[in-house]
Design a protein around this ligand. Sequence first.
Ligand SMILES: O=C(O)C1=C[C@@H](OP(=O)(O)O)[C@@H](O)[C@H](O)C1
Ligand SMILES: C=C(OP(=O)(O)O)C(=O)O
Length: 441
Amino acid sequence: MPDSASPQPAQPADPAGSSGGHWPAPTAEHPVRARLSLPGSKSMTNRALILASLSETPCLVRRPLASRDSELMVGALRALGVEVSPAGDSGGDLMVTPAPLRGPASVDVGNAGTVMRFVPPLAALASGTVDFDGDPRARERPVGELLGALRALGADIDDGGRGALPVTIHGTGAVRGGEVTLDASGSSQFVSALLLSGARFTEGVHVRHSGPPVPSQPHLDMTVEMLRSAGVTVSTAENSWRVGPGPVKAADITVEPDLSNAAPFLAAALVSGGEVTVEGWPEHTTQPGDALRSLFTRMGGEVSLSPDGLTLRGTGRIAGIEADLRDVGELTPTVAAVAALASTPSRLTGIAHLRRHETDRIAALAAEINRLGGDAEELPDGLVIRPRPLHGGVFHSYDDHRMATSGAVIGLAVPGVEVEDIATTRKTLPDFPGLWAEALA
Ligand SMILES: O=C(O)C1=C[C@@H](OP(=O)(O)O)[C@@H](O)[C@H](O)C1
Ligand SMILES: C=C(OP(=O)(O)O)C(=O)O
């Protein structure tokens, strides 16, 4: 459901790494040739932190992301009594020591979907009252279906009848659990949230989905895989997930590099006819970013995966693409940026739920591509983008990390693009401007 037909750009905030609030996006003077290692996956880091907090034993989380969304998760867990501390001098690894979860506590979710969805079930397991609130946008993002399901499973939740943040959960130290049906078409995170804590519910949990398709299947696979690695019994069927009650045994979790954040860097090779290698690309992964291999091949790149990493070579040809991105919605902003530079039209569908992401991404992408002279048309569930020469101008980021990095990709090929609020990339990347400058050097 659209929040508004044409979103208003957020006010520039904290213009770190920018000049005067706008960051002049560097143009690629020559083909981009780079090899880089990326920080940890947001999705894996925040799942690891949840599982570690519910574990029987202390858990070492290796190579976690250290950026806004993971810091918010750490803050939330500490507020509930969990100890999270640097693991020796291991360069960012974290030791998580579980403790009885307790309120009173206040949780700032920022604009992190993983915090606003994954932490409420923990709060329901805590003893005491836990308040949740976040950025203004967090109050507009869907959470009502999850709260309704948690209530049906035995939790005491006060959301003032809004089905949205702010919310207070009156934890009693236990959640009955059992079977529940919800509509997770708005976000796969509703299902992941219930599964991640489900083993600690007295009866476990059996989640059924009823409604239009659930997006982000790889993220559901990630939840199931990480639960199984922690010794939790999970069975799945179509639109049905069952977690048996029992202990969570997470002792050592290694976080993979964030493959979704590889998107703008691989796109840099594609649009400049260069060659970029992302080190440490896993051979097997549940991350949706793995789909970049096929998406960017279809858009004109040549991709090779070796123990060295994933290399994308641009061929000088940038092709449009017809793609259903429902499973990999978070790749949309980068795919759309490349599409805006392509020589043939693109049609991206299956992504209505993106209208409730950090911003209404469908409306925002259309508005910003068109502002630079492009030809992007909104569909109810996606975008059509046709080739048209672009010109410079301000690319608004709507306080959305992936909008900001999309502006950077377009700026490689279009002189005079200035990205408003590049600092918003800190949601999932601690230093995007620095990494980008390095890649282009
Ligand atoms: O579980 C996760 O870690 C995520 C699931 C997806 O959410 P939606 O299913 O709400 O799109 C994705 O877009 C988000 O960036 C991360
Ligand atoms: C949708 C996203 O984030 P969140 O985890 O806040 O839902 C995203 O990172 O693209």
